[in-house]
Design a protein around this ligand. Structure first.
Ligand code: SF4
Length: 111
């Protein structure tokens, strides 16, 4: 049975590049790219749990959102900062909507 391996030893390192602090750098990367299988949900859950312990999650999310730009959910691969591609796309859409509203304050106020 293919189950997520114990990740108790996955910890971030240190260094000038934020990636040096990434928890996933010391883990099996397959966890962050679960394929369709019976274990994919548990792998994704483990990846999200580990992201929750990652000291560089904010930088990770900023980089992912920048790199993915306006790409659709299907083009956003893997789990980044605890978010799936669909969740990052939803966040992109919220940010785009909020930016649009901020540029048009009268419309947002209903005037
Ligand atoms: S937050 Fe980003 S850098 Fe940290 S473990 Fe998750 S995917 Fe890796």
């Amino acid at each position: 049975m293919n189950t997520p391996k114990a990740r108790a030893t996955c910890v971030g390192g240190s260094g000038e590049d934020w990636r040096a602090g990434a928890v996933c750098a010391s883990c099996d990367p397959d966890l962050w790219f679960p394929v369709e299988s019976a274990t994919s949900a548990s792998m994704a859950a483990e990846a999200r749990r580990l992201c929750g312990t990652c000291p560089v999650a904010r930088a990770c999310l900023i980089e992912a959102m920048t790199a993915e730009g306006s790409s659709g959910a299907a083009s956003r691969y893997g789990i980044r900062a605890g978010l799936t591609g669909e969740q990052r796309y939803a966040q992109f859409r919220r940010q785009r909507r909020d930016a649009r509203i901020a540029r048009q304050p009268e419309a947002a106020a209903g005037n």
